[in-house]
Structures are given as structure tokens and as C-alpha cells.
Design a protein around this ligand. Structure first.
Ligand code: NAD
Length: 477
């Protein structure tokens, strides 16, 4: 059956229809042609995206400002820079990544030679979230194009200005049979997920990640799931609290806490809690209120994406306070502008909503612990996080935390920074994600590692493996 769906552009308001089966068929044909694409041809795709971004930087900033009041400097830093860095990194390395890798020949295979070829998986579907709507849509596209895959992109419906701009950009640069943007809500996503793509790259919540994986299973399509969760910060007793507080405050309040790798909660030694709170207040004032006008007036604090999330977050604060949490900073909000104060809570417990679900907003709960073992046990009692942040100087205790916890990424003595390190695989583990992104790891996600063994004609050095077996089989083991 043909899947004809209505696409709604935010600006035009006039829905246009699109036949998803025909679109995918056209991309299948392109993907067959792209199977033999050279590094230079792929680099040409990346370069034209790079030039478009350069020419339209202001339009990107405005779209994000219209979607959720994102400060321009933050757009440059967290939406544009990671994408241009990804483009430059791929351009620099693609030839090397595409080269077949020779592998050693084991004794029983003597006389053969083998290589691993990285072939494009083919067609891909990229579904992206609203919180970094440009970066998390175009970033995976760079990996798909580097690997030689076509892509259908479904951006988030919650950031209509940015999603429209992404759609305009792609239609200016690519034929729909190469890369296409399909705009819409859950219904369109559901229809797309029924199609037999060769790879699906999904960024979003763990609950929708499960829906994506289930749908992919029907076609045995491989998936990369970049999900979320509660990323903890552990402060060891020997941590430099001034340094840690500044780094935590920036990592938490960039994008107003609406970051998949934002510190979700803090575990601090009970003897250090008061000093940490004081240092965090100093850091907040220094970064977001240098003129003492109030953080709400800061041009550098983004707003909450929509009323639904605003209500969810303010309710989370109110519930925690009514259940006995203590407010040590913030707590005020303005519904009209969807502003919520950076809000720091202590005296929280595991039964509170704030400790049950990913916060994804400006609330920062602090829990105290009596020994590092207890802090580690607390982290291990929860699903494996996307990121774990550890602050401390003692190398034995640092490696203890590294060895005894599991997370997608771990950062020692900083927060969030690993997202920008393109040599590191980025992603989660189990509940926080499956598969990795960025640089070579993103390229691998969209590639099939094809092992190729080459035997010489007329050479039969494996006769031991053939019948009549007799006692020969015994000689092998
Ligand atoms: P979401 O899962 O609600 O939506 C993501 C995308 O999936 C959107 O395009 C949406 O239209 C689509 N979608 C929603 N429901 C669907 C359904 N039932 N069937 C099919 N498609 C559906 O996530 P969100 O609210 O946009 O983003 C926030 C979440 O994303 C957080 O959990 C955050 O941690 C996570 N996230 C992860 C990363 C990462 O790189 N690991 C990055 C950013 C955000």
C-alpha cells in the first residue's frame, strides 16, 4: 500500500502531500548508485552543507530564537559549531575511513588475505528531537552522507521555525531522491517507521526509542538510538568545589537544562554540601547575573520549549517542595515567557518525581553521601546513564569510579565537553542508547563492515576441513 501523508510547513500553513513509498524507492535507486561513490563525491555534499550554513548563520540564529528564545551565542556554540566541526572532521578523515582495512591472517587460513570493507548501508531515516534541533538533525546527516547513505529526515514538530529552515536548506541543496525532509508529528513518524530503511538513526527519549526499535525489528533494520536519562555528577571529597561548581552550572544551564547530557543530579559528600551550594550560587551570579539585575533578565538564559514542559517542570518543583525538599536557590517562574529560575533543591529522596525521571530543565537536586561506595551504589541502582561526571583529584578513586560504574560517556573534572570531542564515540548504553555517534563512530553507524576473504585459485590449504573427515578433524583441534 502506498503511504501518502500530509506534510505541514509551519510558514506556509498549507499542507502538501507526499508519497513515502515512492520517496523511499527513489532513494533506494540513488543509494545503489552511491554504493560506489568516492570520498571526493561525498566530500562535495559536505562542503555544500558547510557553505549553506556559513551563508545562513543569521537565519539559523533567528529560527532558534523564535522557537525557544535561544541566545545567539549559544546557537553559535551548541548548534552551528558542532555541525561545522563535524563537517571539517569528516572532510579531513573520510579518505582514510573509507579505505579497506587489512587484517592479519590466522595460521589455518595461511595463503589467504582478508580485508574489512566499509560499504554504505544504503537508505537511512534520521528522526531528531527539539532540544538542539539543528545540531542533532544535521550532525547525523553528515555521518550518513560521509558513509554514502541517502537520508529521509523527520525533525521535531516542537521547533517549527528550525525544522522549516532545515527543510528549506535540504531542498536547496539536494534532490529528494538523495536527501529529503518530511515534516510532521507522531503520525508521520509512525508511517516512516513502517518503511524498510537500511538504517534508522533516532535521537530522543528512551520511551520513544523503544517504539522505534520495535518498529525497526519488523524490517530487521539496524538502529542507532541516542537517548537520554539521568546523568549524575559525583563530587569526591577531594574535589575542587569552586572549579566543579562553575563547570556544573555551565553544563546544567546551557539551553536551560534542556540538554540530553546535562547534569541531572549531584552526589556530594555530606561534609561538602554547604560549601558546594555556596560555590554554585557564586557561579550562577557570575555567569547569569553579573549586573545584579536578576537571572530572568540575562540574555544568556534560554526559555522552556513549550507550555507542556513548563507545566511539567513547575509541577516537579512544587511536588518536591510539598514532599519535603528544601529550596536553596531559585524556585520562581514566569508562565508568560516560560521562564523558570535555576532551581537547586536539597533534602530530596528517591521516591520524588525529581529523582525518578530525567529532569530536562533547570532543576538541580543535590543528594549527599557518606562514602564513595554509597554514591557508586546509588548510581548503579538506576538505569545506566548517558553521561557520568566525576570531580576529584585522587587517581585511585577516579579509576574506582571508572571501573565500578557504567555509562555511555564519562567525563572527569568537567561536564558536557565530551560532546565536542569528535575522536570519542558519543552515545549511551542500554536505557540511554544503543550505538554511537560522531566522527568515525558516526560514519561506522551508517556503514556495513563487510569482511572479505580472498583465497588463491588452485590453493587448497583447507582440505582438512573437508570429508572424508576420518581422523583429520581431530588434528585441527
Ligand atoms: P521524543 O522522543 O519525544 O521525540 C523525538 C522525535 O521522535 C521527534 O521527532 C518526535 O516527533 C518523534 N516521536 C515522538 N513520539 C513518537 C512516537 N510515538 N512514534 C514515533 N516517533 C515519535 O524526544 P524529545 O522530547 O524531542 O527530546 C528529548 C529527549 O531526547 C530527552 O530524553 C533527551 O535526553 C533525548 N536526547 C538525547 C540526545 C542524545 O544525543 N543522546 C540528544 C538530545 C536529546
Amino acid at each position: 500500500p502506498s503511504r501518502i501523508v500530509k506534510m505541514l510547513k509551519h510558514k506556509s500553513k498549507a499542507p502538501s502531500t507526499i508519497n513515502l513509498d515512492i520517496l523511499l524507492q527513489s532513494q533506494k535507486l540513488t543509494s545503489l548508485a552511491w554504493r560506489t561513490s568516492t570520498a571526493m563525491e561525498r566530500i562535495a555534499h559536505l562542503k555544500k552543507i558547510g557553505s549553506w550554513i556559513k551563508d545562513n548563520q543569521q537565519a539559523i540564529r533567528e529560527a532558534l530564537k523564535n522557537d525557544f528564545g535561544k541566545p545567539e551565542a549559544e546557537t553559535d556554540l551548541s548548534e552551528i559549531f558542532p555541525v561545522t566541526a563535524e563537517i571539517n572532521h569528516s572532510i579531513k578523515n573520510l579518505k582514510k575511513w573509507m579505505k579497506p582495512n587489512s587484517v592479519p591472517t590466522p595460521l589455518p587460513m595461511l595463503g589467504t588475505s582478508s580485508k574489512i570493507y566499509l560499504e554504505p548501508k544504503g537508505t537511512s531515516l534520521i528522526i531528531s528531537p527539539w532540544n538542539y534541533p539543528f545540531n542533532l538533525t544535521i550532525g547525523p546527516l553528515i555521518s550518513a552522507l560521509s558513509a554514502g547513505c541517502t537520508a529521509i529526515i523527520k525533525p521535531s514538530e516542537m521547533t517549527p521555525h528550525t525544522s522549516d529552515l532545515v527543510s528549506t536548506m535540504i531542498s536547496e541543496l539536494f534532490d529528494p531522491s538523495e536527501v529529503a525532509v518530511v515534516l510532521g508529528e507522531v503520525e508521520i513518524s509512525t508511517e516512516l517507521l513502517k518503511l524498510p530503511f537500511d538504517h534508522i538513526f533516532f535521537t530522543g527519549s528512551p520511551s520513544v526509542g523503544k517504539i522505534v526499535m520495535k518498529a525497526a525489528a519488523a524490517n530487521l533494520t539496524s538502529v542507532t538510538l541516542e537517548l537520554g536519562g539521568k546523568s549524575p555528577v559525583i563530587l569526591n571529597e577531594d574535589a575542587d568545589l569552586t572549579d566543579a561548581a562553575e563547570k556544573i552550572i555551565w553544563g546544567k544551564y546551557v539551553n536551560c537544562g534542556q540538554t540530553c547530557i546535562a547534569p541531572d543530579y549531584i552526589l556530594v559528600h555530606e561534609s561538602q554540601q554547604e560549601k558546594l551550594i555556596m560555590e554554585m550560587k557564586v557561579a550562577l551570579q557570575k555567569m547569569y547575573d553579573p549586573d545584579y539585575k536578576g537571572i530572568e533578565k540575562s540574555p544568556d538564559m534560554a526559555r522552556i520549549i513549550n507550555d507542556k514542559h513548563f507545566k511539567r517542570l513547575t509541577q516537579t518543583i512544587e511536588d518536591a517542595l510539598s514532599e519535603g525538599a528544601a529550596l536553596v536557590f531559585g524556585g520562581k517562574y514566569t508562565p508568560l515567557t516560560r521562564y523558570i529560575d535555576p532551581t537547586i533543591l536539597t533534602n530530596v529522596n528517591n521516591d520524588m518525581q525529581v529523582m525518578q525521571e530525567e529532569i530536562f530543565g533547570p532543576i538541580l537536586p543535590i543528594l549527599s553521601y557518606s562514602s564513595l561506595e554509597n554514591a557508586i551504589a546509588y548510581v548503579n541502582s538506576k538505569p545506566k546513564p548517558l553521561a557520568l561526571y566525576y570531580f576529584g583529584k585522587n587517581s585511585e578513586q577516579t579509576s574506582k569510579v571508572l571501573r565500578e560504574t557504567s555509562s555511555g560517556n564519562t567525563v572527569i573534572n568537567d561536564c558536557v565537553l565530551h560532546f565536542l570531542h569528535l575522536e570519542l564515540p558519543f552515545g549511551g548504553v542500554n536505557n540511554s542508547g544503543i550505538g554511537k555517534a560522531h566522527g568515525y563512530h558516526g560514519f561506522l553507524a551508517f556503514s556495513n563492515e563487510k569482511g572479505v576473504l580472498k583465497q588463491r585459485v588452485g590453493i587448497n590449504n583447507v582440505t582438512l576441513l573437508r570429508p572424508p573427515y576420518g581422523i583429520k578433524a581431530k588434528q585441527i583441534i
